[in-house]
Design a protein around this ligand. Structure first.
Ligand code: 5GP
Length: 203
């Protein structure tokens, strides 16, 4: 009989997508559907937005603290995104995977590529699935970014250009999910997770 991933635990679900695509809303909906799903809380040097809480949305840290953690090897991956630093905590992911939980990690395309490499090199012992969330159209993305009113027009335009560049790499992901409606997108991701949990690994 084929073996399940030997020595590997849980599942790491990596979700990327352009800024303003609605990743956080979809991820929140997803997490509320199953207590086994745990959000990987990244560290960032970006200042908190009004609706964000320390240790819930991110660990908001100074650059000094960020690079101290980086030197100590505490990040599974880290990257500079839109002028700030973001890093994924290695120990958080390992602890959750050992508990057989499913970790949901929301990272940019650089972070997803680094995680893919770390998993393939065995730096983190897990199965991983890579999902790219896309907007129904670039116009809708622009509308959503402006509606958010957390960034000024210059930043919105910069993020739109970055989004268009990010869309070029989506074929490197395992699944592409269109975020037309939050409920539908979250249901699709749930279905992907259910299938991936059953995947039989041949090595
Ligand atoms: P925001 O500042 O809008 O919360 O996030 C900006 C971008 O950084 C998003 O694409 C988000 O997915 C990404 N991001 C959040 N946390 C991490 C992380 O730990 N590593 C990487 N590489 N990207 C992250």
């Amino acid at each position: 009989m084929p073996k399940k991933a030997k020595g590997k635990h849980g599942l790491l679900v990596v979700i990327s997508g352009p800024s303003g695509v609605g990743k956080s809303t979809v991820v929140k909906k997803l997490l509320s559907s199953n207590p086994k799903l745990k959000l990987s809380i990244s560290a960032t040097t970006r200042p908190p937005r009004p609706n964000e809480t320390h240790n819930k949305d991110y660990q908001f840290v100074t650059e000094e603290e960020f690079f101290d953690r980086e030197k100590k090897g505490m990040f599974l991956e880290w990257a500079q995104v839109h002028g700030y630093y973001y890093g994924t905590s290695k120990s958080f992911i390992e602890d959750q995977l050992l508990k057989n939980n499913i970790v949901v990690s929301e990272v940019d395309v650089q972070g997803a590529a680094s995680i893919k490499e770390a998993v393939s090199l065995g730096h983190v012992k897990t199965s991983a699935v890579f999902i790219f969330l896309i907007p129904p159209s670039v116009d809708i993305l622009a509308f959503r970014l402006r509606r958010r009113k957390t960034e000024n027009e210059e930043v919105v335009n910069y993020r739109l250009r970055a989004a268009i560049a990010e869309l070029q790499v989506m074929e490197k992901y395992d699944y592409i999910v269109v975020n037309d409606k939050v409920d539908t997108a979250s249901e699709k991701i749930k279905a992907i997770i259910n299938v991936e949990k059953e995947r039989v690994l041949l090595n």
